[in-house]
Each structure stands twice: as structure tokens, then as C-alpha cells.
Design a protein around this ligand. Structure first.
Ligand code: TNX
Length: 449
């Protein structure tokens, strides 16, 4: 913020003027529209699409965006500044194009209404991708025509960790979530995890196991024991049908195929499976994303590798980056929202250590992995795995306030970030979240207002 004058602008009673193309975005301010509104929304294609400029005087506010999306991010900043806006000029644009939060619907299902409410909270921090982990050992959460048992059996009662997270999205519910997110400039990134994490698939369709024998449903939190069978043709008929359905339902450019923790898939089978599967999203007009284990395979040039481990280096990821593949950075020791904050956290896991608010804020994605520098990084994600979650309140407890920290890592260039500044600004959200009934962790690292 560059202060130009001491004046401030009071929002009370103000109206918004916007060209027809920005009327929907203007609606997110919750103020009346008027031709001569004191808050003016403007498009300037000379700015980058996600960039915006806010000019605030005592009598007027001009919010200019490079596109409707840029204006939308400016609207989020206006809402954060509160009812009395300090006079000045803000020029703002994101560091990374891909700023993402992941929600695990497989270990515990959340309804379309709950996911949409989550999107409303994410966009306040300028998150522009929502990665949905739709399938895992404990459940399958998206209706797939022609494969009804996936959801009838593996989305039904008793699924999820401890059997406590049943449910699935119908085709129309998924489409509704995608459209709701798109109206808020959020791209949904669907993940179908394979070849591991597929017990729920094999419970529903035993012909996809190695010997065709039935397997039992699992509601524990183990990983690494299930696998699709690389040598079976049935495997690829299944994968192609599922990915085609998901691609057809998803307007966004990405399909995430998982690929993590395939501890029971022999390495040569893993590579053979991926040699068949990695090209499928491309053939469906999508860009493939996989967890970074996929870097063990030959990658399509546009494949994106998502790094999730806490280790300081990964040779295969460095090689993929050197080959020109882009990387999403989501190291568990910095961005995993399902890690406990500290030893007193009632929810979460701790296999990657504790992730305090400061740990989630105070790091540089471009310094995280050798060979993975600024130009290689598509963006940053904060995943939320749901093994320990049972409710929306649980989601929010782990999300706030670390999601705002990771969102700022993804949005603001390193030189513009500072822990002391962040913790002071974050403190103001305490009363906002309390008033809105949003459960959050009152971390002792923050002097909450
Ligand atoms: C590892 S991170 C997993 C998930 C678990 C998570 C729990 C990743 C790609 N795989 O299956 O839910 O740890 O933190």
C-alpha cells in the first residue's frame, strides 16, 4: 500500500458501478449497484489477468483488474480492509498461477453444500484451485456411469475411516460444485488415485484384483497395501472409463491421477501402468498431474509433478524439473493442513512433524528443492487429508489459520513477505472468524484481537 493521502473511505451507504461484464463480480461486494456508484469497477486488459489496482480516496474507490478474476481478487482485498478503507493505492498480482487447497473426500466425505461453503472461505485468501481427492482405499466419492458399485458399495454406509464418512457426489452435485467454484474463479482439480489407494475399487469390482478374489472393505488409515494390476487389460478399461467421465465433467485443464505410495506395486509394474495411463488425460484434452512418485516414469512433456514429502531433496523430481516438467510444491512439513499444530492439537497426524503457523508461513517455495527453482514452479498447494476429521468444524480448525499462511506464500513474492507483518495482520481475523462462527485454532503464535 502506497499512502497518497490521510483520507479514508467509508463503505457504509456506498454503491458500486460496474460494466455489464463485471456485474456478477460486483455482487460479491454485497453493496447496491448504481450507475454513479462511488466504488467503480473497471477492466484494463493491459494488466495481467489476475492483477488488480485499488485506488482509494476520501470520496471514491476505483478497482481496476486485468480481467474479471483480477477484479474479484481486488474485491477480496476490499472486504478484508473492512468498512473504513485507508486512502492509498494498492497494486497487486500473484507470484504463482496455481494456488491450491486440497480436500480429501475419501477418508471422510463432505457434501456439495459443505464443499461450496469451503470455497467461499478459500477465495477470501485468493486461492484459485480446489483439488478434490475423490478416491482412496476407504471410499469412492464420485458417481461413474457404467460402474454403479463404485458409489453404491464404496460410497455407502460404513465407508471412510472408522466407517464414519459415507457419501458420494452424484454427477449433478459434482457439476454444481464445479460451477459454483468457477463463478468464484476457482478451478476444480479432480483426483482419481491410482494404481495404489484402490481398495474401495477392488471391494466394488473384485475382477480388478490380481486373482479376482473378493477383498474386504477397509476403514483403517493404513496406506500402501492395494494396487491395480498392471498386467490386466481390465485395469485399463476401468481407468479409461473413469478418466473419460471425469474429464467430460470437468471444464478445468487438469486431471490428477494420484500415483502416491504404491508400496505394494512392483516398480516395473508401476512404470508399466503409468506408461499406459499418463497419456490418457492428454488424449482427453487435459494436463496430467501426479504426486511426485510419478517422476519415476517417463513423463509427458506437460505433466505436472506434485512434491509432497518432507525430505529436503528428491533426485527424480529434480530430474523431471530439469527435463522441463512443472512442479506443484506441497511439502508435508510446511503445507499439510492435516499435521498437528503442536503436541496439544486434538486433531491431525504428526508423521511429518508438527506444522505451526510460522512453519507454514516462513519458507520459500523456490528454495525448497534442489533443481526446482522459481521458473519450474507452477504453484503451491495446502492439502487437507481427512483421516482424523469428522465434521466441518474439524476442517476449519486445521485450515485456519494455516491456509491463509500458505495462500500468502503462493500469492506474495518472497521479498514482500514477513512473519511479523503476517502475524499482525492475521490477528485481525480472530474476531471476524468468531463472529462468523468459524472454528479456528487460536494459535499462541498470534496475538489475537
Ligand atoms: C500421505 S501425501 C498420503 C495420504 C495420507 C497422508 C496423511 C500423499 C500423497 N499420500 O494417503 O492421507 O499422508 O498425511
Amino acid at each position: 500500500m502506497r499512502p497518497v493521502e490521510a483520507a479514508a473511505f467509508g463503505i457504509a451507504g456506498a454503491a458500486v458501478s460496474a460494466p455489464p461484464g463485471l456485474a456478477e463480480v460486483a455482487g460479491h461486494l454485497g453493496l447496491p449497484l448504481a450507475a454513479d456508484g462511488a466504488i467503480r469497477l473497471v477492466l484494463d486488459p493491459a494488466l495481467a489477468a489476475e492483477a488488480y489496482r485499488l485506488e482509494i480516496t476520501a470520496t471514491a474507490v476505483t478497482l481496476t483488474g486485468g480481467s474479471a478474476q483480477g477484479v474479484f481478487w481486488g474485491v477480496q482485498t476490499l472486504r478484508q480492509l473492512g468498512p473504513v478503507l485507508p486512502g492509498g493505492v494498492i497494486e497487486d498480482r500473484p507470484r504463482y498461477a496455481y494456488r491450491s487447497a486440497m480436500l480429501d473426500l475419501a477418508r471422510h466425505f463432505f457434501t456439495a453444500a459443505e464443499i461450496k461453503a469451503h470455497v467461499d472461505l478459500l477465495v477470501q485468501f485468493k486461492i484459485n484451485h480446489l483439488h478434490l481427492h475423490l478416491t482412496d482405499d476407504q471410499g469412492w466419492r464420485l458417481e461413474i456411469p457404467g460402474w454403479p458399485r463404485l458409489t453404491e458399495v464404496s460410497g455407502g454406509e460404513g465407508t471412510g475411516v472408522d466407517g464414519a464418512g459415507p457419501g458420494f457426489l452424484t454427477l449433478s452435485e459434482y457439476a454444481d460444485v464445479v460451477a459454483y467454484a468457477a463463478a468464484r474463479f476457482v478451478t476444480v482439480v479432480p483426483e482419481i488415485d491410482m494404481p495404489g489407494h484402490v481398495n474401495a475399487v477392488q471391494v466394488a469390482y473384485p475382477e480388478l484384483t490380481a486373482d479376482g478374489a473378493p477383498v474386504s472393505p477397509r476403514t483403517d488409515a493404513e496406506v500402501g497395501y492395494s494396487s491395480l494390476v498392471a498386467a490386466k487389460e481390465e485395469t485399463y478399461a476401468f481407468v479409461e472409463a473413469v478418466l473419460k467421465t471425469v474429464a467430460d465433467l470437468t471444464p478445468g485443464p487438469y486431471l490428477h491421477i494420484g500415483g502416491d505410495e504404491c508400496l505394494s506395486t512392483p516398480p516395473e509394474d508401476y512404470r508399466a501402468f503409468l506408461a499406459r495411463v499418463l497419456p490418457i488425460p492428454g488424449a482427453l484434452g487435459k494436463r496430467v498431474i501426479g504426486w511426485h512418485e510419478i517422476a519415476a516414469a517417463d513423463l509427458p512433456a506437460d505433466a505436472i509433478v506434485q512434491y509432497w514429502r518432507p525430505e529436503a531433496a528428491d533426485d527424480a523430481v529434480s530430474r523431471a524439473a530439469a527435463d522441463g516438467n512443472q512442479v506443484i510444491v506441497s511439502p508435508a512439513d510446511r503445507t499439510y493442513l492435516d499435521m498437528k499444530y503442536d503436541s496439544g492439537s486434538p486433531l491431525g497426524l504428526d508423521w511429518a512433524g508438527h506444522v505451526s503457523v510460522r512453519r507454514s508461513y516462513d519458507w520459500d517455495p523456490a528454495e525448497r528443492l534442489p533443481g526446482v527453482g522459481e521458473e519450474t514452479i507452477l504453484g503451491v498447494e495446502a492439502p487437507l487429508w481427512s483421516e482424523t476429521l469428522r465434521s466441518v468444524d474439524d476442517v476449519r480448525y486445521l485450515t485456519f489459520p494455516r491456509l491463509p499462511a500458505v495462500a500468502e506464500v503462493a500469492w506474495t513474492p518472497q521479498a514482500g513477505r514477513d512473519w511479523e507483518s503476517f502475524r499482525a495482520r492475521l490477528a485481525a481475523f480472530g474476531p471476524v472468524w468468531t463472529a462468523a462462527g468459524i472454528n479456528y485454532h487460536r494459535s499462541p503464535e498470534i496475538d489475537w484481537h
